[in-house]
Write a protein that binds this ligand. Sequence first.
Ligand SMILES: Cc1ncc(C[n+]2csc(CCOP(=O)(O)OP(=O)(O)O)c2C)c(N)n1
Ligand code: SF4
Ligand SMILES: [Mg+2]
Length: 298
Amino acid sequence: MSKPVPLVKLDEKEYIAAANQSCQGCTGASVARIVAKVLKDKMVRQEVACCGPAFGNLEQPSIYGEVFEGAGAMSTGLAHAFKRMNREDAIVTTIVGDGGTTDIGFQGLSGAAERNENVLWICYDNEAYMNTGGQRSSATSKYAETTTTPVGEFSRGKKERKKNVAAMVALHRVPYMATASIAYPEDFIGKLEYAKNIKGFRFIQISAPCPTGWRFEPQYAVKIAKEMVLSGMWPLYEVINGEGFRITYKPKELKPVKDVLKMQGRFRHITEDEIKDTQDDVTAYWNRLIAKDGKEFF
Ligand SMILES: Cc1ncc(C[n+]2csc(CCOP(=O)(O)OP(=O)(O)O)c2C)c(N)n1
Ligand code: SF4
Ligand SMILES: [Mg+2]
């Protein structure tokens, strides 16, 4: 199981460019920065089309694939190539968006997970296809306004609830699956440290609020990520070998989801009934997780 790692232990060396091409307040770029600092010279980055390449990478080798559904296949190929070269110390790492993970990339992800390929998959979840203009993905939260779920006479934003890809990956019984949040870097670093020392398919889905798509001022990015955890909207947990389930951070009492929804322009239209619907969903899921904490995942 993972253990939080104090921030002071993080490598002082920078691996991605400070002046990279991401928007101001982009937490996806912070994800890439932390991953690179933890994996250091062992990391070989598999990039696909998404905002990820904008986060830059100065030090570690990175291989770019234009098709954003391709991370599962391309990272599999890389892992096999390193094995043939007796270089299994190399950590093939994808840093991929939610679209490339939960939607179009899911087939390749599921294949790689089922074959237990030696790949570390990091999904920075900004809940939309941001690189192409902010279209909804299956990871977008219910009621969120995106460019393909506009709010108007016949639409209240996204109709469907967020796909639970973390649970789906865990059901492949991979060696490691965890959720993380950019607001809890010590928990995230601990999970990366744990994942980097084991072989096989490892997956971390990290909540990465996006000021551009979620419509908030850049300085609130981490605050919003934190409030999502404190409200139970983004539970932090890990599943080892598809069996051992553990919540890694338990707020004493959950805050109402209304506060964090109201901080984001994409939910500006949300009504009290819609907030209640979201709250009921979050509370029910949190109660199910609490009941499983420390027990078998399924
Ligand atoms: C097969 C294919 N279809 C469409 C595209 C265009 N495309 C590039 S990135 C992207 C969106 C990626 O969304 P996500 O994975 O969530 O990453 P984000 O942009 O949000 O960082 C799309 C649709 C592509 N590169 N390849
Ligand atoms: S659109 Fe969002 S995820 Fe993409 S670079 Fe900008 S802030 Fe980051
Ligand atoms: Mg995205």
